[in-house]
Design a protein around this ligand. Sequence first.
Ligand SMILES: [Zn+2]
Length: 78
Amino acid sequence: MSKFCHSCGIPLDGQIAKEAVEDFCNYCVNEKNELKPRSEIQMGVAEWLKTINPSNTDGDFIKRADYYLKSMPAWAEE
Ligand SMILES: [Zn+2]
């Protein structure tokens, strides 16, 4: 069973991302291994959504990232 980051959903397979802290990838934690603020994760996810949807130029990626994060265990309570 593959693991994924509970903040951004990236697979923790050691290829794209590696597990820096239990259940979180190296992109989602700072140098102290603390989870970054939601706003920062949201920006990163928005950028990622842009790269996988290059033809969708009118999308509100920040808003989509917000919805996306609501499905993540780390941010689901909001
Ligand atoms: Zn992550």
